[in-house]
Design a binder for this molecule. Structure first.
Ligand SMILES: CC(C)(COP(=O)(O)OP(=O)(O)OC[C@H]1O[C@@H](n2cnc3c(N)ncnc32)[C@H](O)[C@@H]1OP(=O)(O)O)[C@@H](O)C(=O)NCCC(=O)NCCS
Length: 145
């Protein structure tokens, strides 16, 4: 933790932190956004790199995942913790990791309500809007080279 970012942000794996990661995604995607359980949980979690943010009491408050092919997904911050810089810190950490791994391009399926958030990092929209889990999305990409 640091003064300018008073939360713990770390890269974790599914095996060690499954319950922490599940708690955030259950609250945000399943309870808040009504994503069906069977769509939220997939076999990719086991091979993804995950980000976990915890508050000063150790409560899990944010998460995101990176697939081996450069796809970023499941970006979620608990509602009461939004607009405090946590999402930005998670995305910066993922992009840092991707550059360290030599990845050249980041891709994601952005919910339309989050497009402006990703545009702040230089992501650009590609193609047409589409529905995923009952929510309108659009593909966004960022050149890392
Ligand atoms: C999208 C999400 C992860 C952003 O997390 P957050 O912690 O609130 O974001 P931050 O506070 O770090 O915001 C960083 C910047 O983006 C802006 N921003 C955040 N969410 C935004 C939104 N939905 N629309 C426009 N701008 C947004 C902030 O104002 C801030 O701007 P600034 O740097 O000029 O001050 C969070 O809103 C969330 O979990 N939403 C529900 C799940 C979801 O929709 N996930 C996205 C799936 S594609």
């Amino acid at each position: 933790m640091s003064d300018d970012f008073p939360y713990r942000i770390e890269i974790v794996n599914w095996r060690n932190k499954e319950s922490n990661l599940r708690s955030v995604r259950s609250a945000v995607f399943i309870a808040e956004q009504n994503v069906p359980e069977e769509m939220e949980w997939d076999s990719m979690d086991q091979i993804c790199t995950h980000i976990l943010v915890q508050d000063f009491e150790g409560n899990s408050i944010g998460t995101a995942r990176l697939l081996p092919d450069g796809h970023i997904g499941r970006m979620a911050v608990l509602k009461v913790w939004r607009r405090k810089g946590i999402g930005a810190a998670m995305l910066r950490r993922i992009l840092q990791e991707m550059r360290a791994l030599g990845m050249k391009k980041a891709t994601l399926h952005a919910q339309l309500t989050a497009v402006e958030f990703y545009e702040k990092f230089g992501f650009q929209k590609r193609g047409k809007e589409f529905m995923e889990a009952g929510i309108p999305h659009i593909i966004m990409v960022l050149d890392l080279s």
